[in-house]
Write a protein that binds this ligand. Sequence first.
Ligand code: ADP
Ligand code: ADP
Length: 236
Amino acid sequence: MMQLHDVRVVYPGGIEALARTRLNVERGEFLVLLGASGAGKSTLLRCLNGLVRPSEGAIGASELPQGRLTPRHLRAHRRHCGMVFQQHHLIGRQTVLANVLMGALAQHHPLRTLWPWSREDQLRALQVLDRVGLLEKALARADTLSGGQQQRVGIARALMQSPTLLLADEPVASLDPATAESVMGLLHHICKIDRLTAVISLHQVELARRFADRIVGLRGGQVVFDGPPAALTAER
Ligand code: ADP
Ligand code: ADP
């Protein structure tokens, strides 16, 4: 579905965040990028959604033309990518529903007036909230929710986009272990039901083992492991 062909990313200042990385993301898989802080996970995710341009190498996606991509192609591609972040970037003083509706923005023309939201969007927002188990919180202020609930709202917001590819950057890093496991379980469940392709970065080996179809281990910007969880041995 997406490929990184020998992608190298060098940030201003000379830090090599990815060093000739090769990766083939298969349709429908739940792929976990595993690595310590600084390994290059965020950079790889940002290459997949087109926010970072490789210094060398190329990125391919099944719906994109080969070769040089125009900004218009990248915008179209990004519309298919639902993003979930570690800091969910919710607007605390707004309702949960309003925050979820923000996820529909990516689908609309930039010049469309935002208010009022169409009934269709509102109905869909309530449906995705129901899927993450937070329908009864729709009218609560986002900042009254627990960390785990806020991350569920972040997932709901990403689903509003009807993504074909779900990218999540350390979605459970700031949660306690039990909440982290339940949020990962929800993410996994939704991706499997909707047949979404997912690339999720984590630093917890146990969570990766538990949920991944495939684990890609990164260290110092290099792929040091690529295989099923069962093949990940203890010393890694
Ligand atoms: P994470 O481990 O979640 O990627 P970081 O602390 O590495 O978080 O980075 C947080 C933000 O700071 C990111 O947006 C990243 O692009 C930026 N960043 C990280 N390292 C540097 C750096 N050396 N110079 C400038 N920006 C950086
Ligand atoms: P991870 O997500 O695994 O923590 P990152 O992709 O955020 O890794 O970072 C990889 C390396 O690139 C780190 O050394 C980080 O400091 C550096 N880096 C990340 N973002 C930036 C940035 N915007 N500018 C400069 N260096 C960055």
